[in-house]
Design a binder for this molecule. Structure first.
Ligand code: CMP
Length: 482
């Protein structure tokens, strides 16, 4: 409520109170004169008597004063005292206070002014009165008591967002009165839901002081990587207005759909009542983030088919150049000629791994090695049932050579740390290289010896690289028939 309106109301209230009190005072002062005047006008056998009319007018005046008094008390008690304690009294409680207060005041005044009338008998003996009143107030009383139980249960409060009933009326609770719940919808309409209806219907509540989650859906082409999509969308959404910083948005795959991969992003709005705007903003952020990151929304199948063609062609064109560049930067392959590196690139097969996926499992047989094209991996050994990292390898590093060159099982787990792309080179391609470059075997055996030492140093620190490299060299030569 704005200040000037509040002041106007107080002034109006004080003026009305002054007028009512003055009227009551004047009537009481001139009561005797009024009675004489009435008796003179009404003749000898008046019905009702002048005294009854005077008492009725007094009752009306007292009623007005009483009404104003109850309102003043209501304001002082709920408006000021509750506010001081920072409690917002519900409208329904205020109304009940006013009704009960006024009824008591009125009954006391009535008994005082009409001492001959037995009020109790009037109410109890009048069966018809009771039936009429009961029928007339059936719905009203139902709403009233449902309202009281809503206030007692307090399943929601003013300011919460609720969705009520089969028609799913959704909006912010503006008021809970003795008759109905007033809900302002997100199209700025007001829906009044009778308390008795609300008591019977399921109500979904999104409390104002709670972080209620929202889900927004989107999709991508099958050619777009999930790890990249999840990262890009999470970063784009977490910075949007009204998205809570307390919980990081969650992006996950819901379905592998007909047209593409279906995702959902779960985020927590600070102010749930603004979820329509925030959902829209989240979708907008996803669109821009997709643009920057080169990700694609999935179109219907026909368009997807065309897109696929383009993606495959682009991959074919770019493949050889990028792979040759990568392989020629690997130390191990430095002595190779351009033709030999090209041959190796032709034989290499690309694989993509998600963060956390196993590229190599310790103990498995292996007949290929890998060059890390993009991403990062961890080499891990089992330490009493828990993984222990012995090395982290980056782009341009290679791994998996031990099993390939010795024929022994894989010595360690290799796990992708982030989305990782590797180039797999098989036994046949390496044999061709070794046939032409026997020196390569020697430098390789030294690297392998160092890695072996890294693995063994936990159990036997006395093992040295030069001790094992000779053994490895001869076993590679034997294995490859060199
Ligand atoms: P392989 O045994 O075929 O499979 C596991 C791979 O982990 C192994 O080959 C090596 O390439 C790699 N590896 C093992 N130990 C180390 C280490 N200490 N440093 C780097 N890489 C290692």
């Amino acid at each position: 409520m704005s200040r000037p309106r509040f002041t106007n109301q107080i002034v109006l209230f004080l003026a009305a109170s002054a007028a009512a009190i003055l009227a009551a005072y004047l009537f009481w002062s001139f009561e005797a004169d009024v009675r004489v005047l009435l008796e003179r006008r009404m003749g000898t056998d008046p019905s009702p008597s002048a005294a009854t009319i005077v008492a009725a007018v007094k009752l009306i005046l007292l009623g007005i004063v009483g009404y104003l008094l109850v309102r003043a008390l209501n304001f002082l008690f709920f408006g000021l005292a509750f506010r001081l304690k920072r409690i917002d009294a519900p409208q329904l409680i205020r109304n009940i206070f006013s009704i009960v207060g006024f009824t008591i005041f009125f009954l006391v005044a009535f008994t005082f002014l009409f001492p001959d009338v037995n009020l109790g008998a009037l109410f109890t003996t009048s069966a018809i009165f009771g039936v009429i009143l009961g029928l007339a107030l059936q719905d009203t009383l139902g709403n009233f008591f449902s309202g009281i139980s809503l206030q007692a249960d307090r399943p929601f409060q003013v300011g919460d967002v609720i969705t009520v009933g089969a028609q799913r009326h959704t909006g912010v609770v503006e008021e809970i009165s003795w008759r109905a719940i007033k809900v302002r919808t997100f199209t700025n309409n007001v829906v009044l839901i009778a308390n008795s209806t609300a008591a019977k219907e399921p109500i979904e509540v999104f409390p104002r002081d709670n972080l209620n989650a929202r889900l927004v859906f989107f999709n991508t082409l099958y050619s777009d990587s999930p790890a990249k999509t999840i990262h890009v969308v999470r970063e784009a959404v977490r910075e949007a207005d009204n998205v809570s910083h307390k919980i990081t948005p969650v992006v996950r795959i819901r379905n592998l759909g007909d047209n593409g991969v279906d995702y959902e992003v779960k985020y927590w709005p600070e102010d749930y009542a603004k979820y329509n705007d925030t959902d829209a903003l989240v979708r907008q952020r996803i669109w821009y983030a997709f643009r920057r990151a080169g990700l694609n929304f999935a179109y219907p199948t026909r368009t997807l088919h065309l897109e696929r063609h383009t993606a495959a062609a682009a991959m074919r064109d770019g493949k050889d150049g990028a792979i040759v560049e990568r392989l020629s930067a690997v130390d191990l392959f430095a002595p190779l000629s351009v033709e030999e590196t090209g041959m190796l690139a032709q034989a290499a097969v690309r694989h993509v791994f998600a963060p956390g996926e196993l590229v190599i499992r310790a103990g498995d047989p292996g007949s290929s090695m890998f060059v890390l094209h993009h991403g990062r991996v961890r080499v891990q050994v089992n330490d009493n049932g828990r993984p222990r990292t012995v090395a982290t390898l980056n782009e341009g590093d290679f791994f998996g050579e031990m099993a390939l060159f010795t024929g022994e099982p894989r010595t360690a787990n290799v796990v992708a740390v982030e989305e990782t792309e590797v180039l797999e080179i098989g036994h046949a391609a390496m044999k061709r290289i070794f046939d032409n470059n026997p020196d390569l075997v020697e430098s390789l055996s030294f690297i392998m010896a160092e890695r072996r030492q890294g693995l063994a140093s936990q159990t036997d620190p006395s093992v040295t690289a030069s001790q094992t490299s000779a053994g490895i060299l001869s076993s590679i030569k034997r294995f490859f028939g060199l």
